[in-house]
Design a protein around this ligand. Structure first.
Ligand code: PMP
Length: 370
């Protein structure tokens, strides 16, 4: 047997602040463990089952229904489980919806919308309705700052920019144009009213489950917009018609996601949303009461409840912060490589204890290294 890797921390409890893949609800992991070798009396693991078996068909249908209920989507939406990560949606959205002669509007609020915009430009005409780049992505644009093109094919936003830690407080008014949202890092973290979106998508690995499945919810009237020669696997309609069983789906990630969705249903999105507000407030209060030692990146009105980002007086202290915090059991706090600083990811599965403990560590660290 290979030797075990060195222990990452000497703490007896680990709080997982990873940005994604990220923390999963403990009861879900325990259920996965309990039925890993024998899925509900079948004698085999769900990983070994056919995706055409009734066991998986039930999981697939349940997960789609749960998402529909939790997101508040009517029967007019198709819920799809796709591969390729949220990044593939940067291509699939324009390939399916940006038809010749039309323009798609992108609101650029950080790395992920820059990438989405750049991919869309390879497919068709793109108009940037607002870009926060010059302000180093410190805020979400106000409604009156959005300059839409005439009759856009759709308006694309990212509801929460994971890297910079800015989040739309509410969905913008697009004047009737179909709204498309990348919700990878805040899906089901608050009741946002899914039917306000013509299409929403999310990689699972933050609030929904393990990496490997991407959720897409699309309003049925958009399914047939795609050009006729679009390759089969890249067409939303292919997956909608076959209920995401056109080819072999990511069976295990969908299975775990279904358990996470059951956990969200049992807990309630409202309860989760309130807890998310309290968790984020603990961290931002520690920033705001530090006398300037910690400097929050985002403007208060645009602060993300999922990814709290802040800087310390210098990079050396930031490195020290990450190291000392890890020794105390706070893992995953280093900011994204393009931004630096500290990022505290507070996804749904994170309870109050982690942020409470971190909010105590922060003034203590500042006092010792001020
Ligand atoms: N959009 C957002 C908001 C993200 O945080 C990420 C990173 N998980 C992506 C898109 C890219 O996701 P993936 O790695 O699943 O392609």
């Amino acid at each position: 047997m290979a030797t075990a890797p060195p222990a990452a921390t000497t703490a007896d409890h680990v709080y997982n602040f990873n940005a994604g893949p990220a923390i999963l609800p403990r009861p879900v992991l325990e259920e996965v463990q309990a039925e890993l070798l024998d899925y509900r009396g079948t004698g085999i693991s769900i990983m070994e089952a056919s995706h055409r078996a009734p066991e998986y068909e039930e999981i697939n249908a349940q997960a789609q229904e749960r998402l529909r209920r939790l997101l508040g989507l009517g029967e007019e939406y198709a819920v799809l489980f796709l591969g390729g990560g949220a990044t593939t949606q940067f291509d699939m959205v324009p390939m399916n919806l940006l038809t010749p002669g039309r323009t798609a509007d992108y609101v650029v609020t950080g790395n992920w919308t820059q990438k989405a915009r750049d991919e869309a430009r390879k497919i068709g005409s793109v108009h940037v309705a607002a870009s926060m780049e010059e302000e180093r992505f410190t805020r979400i644009p106000r409604q009156e700052e959005l300059r839409f093109s005439a009759d856009p094919a759709y308006v694309h936003i990212c509801s929460n920019e994971t890297v910079w830690g800015v989040q739309w407080p509410d969905a913008p008014d697009t004047g009737g144009a179909p709204l498309v949202a990348d919700m990878s890092s805040d899906i089901l973290s608050r009741p946002l009213g899914g039917s306000r979106f013509a299409l929403l998508y999310a990689g699972a690995q933050k609030n929904l489950g393990p990496a490997g499945v991407t959720v897409v919810a699309i309003r049925a009237d958009l399914l047939e917009r795609a050009p006729k020669d679009l390759p089969t696997m890249l067409r939303y309609a292919t997956h909608a018609k076959s209920k995401s069983l056109y080819n072999t789906p990511p069976v295990f990630p969908v299975y775990v996601m279904n358990l996470v969705l059951a956990w969200i249903e049992e807990t309630g999105v409202d309860v989760i949303a309130e807890r998310n507000r309290r968790k984020a407030a603990l961290i931002y209060d520690a920033v705001d009461t530090s006398g300037g030692y910690y400097r929050g990146h985002a403007e208060p009105g645009s602060r993300s409840l999922m990814n709290a980002t802040f800087r310390l007086p210098d990079e050396e202290k930031e490195t020290m912060f990450v190291r000392e915090a890890a020794e105390q059991g706070f893992v995953g706090l280093a900011g994204h490589r393009s931004v630096g600083g500290i990022r505290v990811s507070l996804y749904n599965a994170m309870g109050l204890e982690g942020p409470e403990a971190l909010a105590q560590f922060m003034p203590d660290f500042a006092a010792r290294h001020g």
